[in-house]
Write a protein that binds this ligand. Sequence first.
Ligand SMILES: Nc1nc2c(ncn2[C@@H]2O[C@H](COP(=O)(O)OP(=O)(O)OP(=O)(O)O)[C@@H](O)[C@H]2O)c(=O)[nH]1
Ligand SMILES: *[C@@H]1O[C@H](CO)[C@@H](O)[C@H](O)[C@H]1NC(C)=O
Length: 491
Amino acid sequence: MNNNSELISQYKEAFPAFRGYMECMSRTLFTGLASLSLAFGGTYVIQHLANKHLPYSRKLHIVVSSVVACGVAYQSRLQALATGVGGQVGVMVLQPWVKWGPQKRTDTSGQLMLQEAVALVSTLPLVSVVTQEVVSLQSLGKRMVFGSGTLERLVNEARANKSISCIFISLDIMKRSQIGELEAAFGIRIMDRYSVVLSIFHQHARTKEARLQVALAELPYIKKRVTYERDKLMVAEREKRLKAALTKLAGIRAQVRANRAKSSLPTIAVVGYTNAGKTSLIHAITQDSRAEGRNQLFATLDVTAHGCRLPCGVEVAFIDTVGFIQDIPTDLVASFKATLEDAIYSDVVVHVRDVSHPDYELQGATVSSTLASLPLPSGTPVITAANKMDLGITRSPEQLADAYVVSATREEGIEELLMAIQNEVLRVTGRKLWKFTLPTGSDQIQWLRGATGLVQEEIDEANPQITHVVAVLTDQELAAFTRNFGVKGKK
Ligand SMILES: Nc1nc2c(ncn2[C@@H]2O[C@H](COP(=O)(O)OP(=O)(O)OP(=O)(O)O)[C@@H](O)[C@H]2O)c(=O)[nH]1
Ligand SMILES: *[C@@H]1O[C@H](CO)[C@@H](O)[C@H](O)[C@H]1NC(C)=O
């Protein structure tokens, strides 16, 4: 019974939350289609002209005109993106906030929650936040969420601004009827926290298991919305099948893990609270002058894996993971963890924290406790990077004792952090630095270059016949080298 792929394709269809996002994206799709038709049209016209007036062969016309037309179309698409015309989903972010009474939250503020909501929705590709607002409420649970006066003002605002094509109301999960009525009032799509978070997970779910988990997580959402008995039965049947598929996959997982361990490319998972600066830090590291940027090798890896060389020459992949958030709706916790599978299988974990954030402790604790609950192989080192130091450090040196204090955007402290990462990568993967003195241009040096990708080489100042080499080798590689050449190295 191999119905996993069938389940996955089914779940793509039955994924209202993601579909909502896709609907918001449709404008983007249209500009894409427009560019494409422009390319075809352009190809035809240029080809026609060239046929009439130029003496080249027909094949060449086709090639040249295609290239030119595609270039033009691509340019116009880029321009559309740059100016925001159609390229982006403009979102109005509304953070409901109860000002008084027993429903008022005391552990955070409306402004902080709004910031988090903005960061959350910005995680989705091509989303741009047009307006954002903390909206005061008297109580939660109103049919239209907001009071009638406030609602009227918001509707007018949203309708007046053509850049707004979607409204994100930062409440956990709203009723079908609520969303329906609000959509009728605003005239555009409404998203709640549940649907935004699901869409993010959908983006980050890479393995079959993660996808199944995300599909499973959506079921309560669908359940809240179906009314007919027949549909309810279908949902129940689907739940049963998803669970069965997941149980089956759990067995395969051990195999996958073993395979990953065998591939020699060390991976470093970068985790952290949303907006802590994971992506910026990866950018800062992989653009480092001592580390090469994107390497061909990684072109086939997922877009969120960034290849680079450590200062010692070992190639590694930095992996961006989904950002942590507070109050993940409980039904989503399992699928959230599933999207972090990259962290589970990586050699080293880097935990990025925003040292300038008032919620530094709470955010760090959220991440740490979640990491602790993941099936991380014991002994996976976790390195803490306290980021955004340029915005002011509000913590005492003791609180930052085991952290590397950095600024990703100003590229400060990155080198020390990278050295720490390198040490852990070498330790965990059983690699060591070895020094050799070898004949310049010899086979031995060639071999070492091949084995480690890159070695430090320095021709002796006094005697150009010999070269001092530093190589990073596993015990097996060292043994093979000694076997082949009979040369011993020094640590
Ligand atoms: N001032 C300052 N801002 C930073 C620094 N690092 C990141 N930022 C800013 O913080 C914001 C979030 O950075 P990202 O790298 O997107 O954060 P992230 O952790 O990948 O966020 P998610 O994808 O939402 O989980 C961006 O506006 C960055 O420009 C820093 O060192 N200093
Ligand atoms: C929409 O609102 C934003 C923020 O207030 C503003 O910058 C933008 O110019 C507005 N766009 C339109 C079309 O009104």
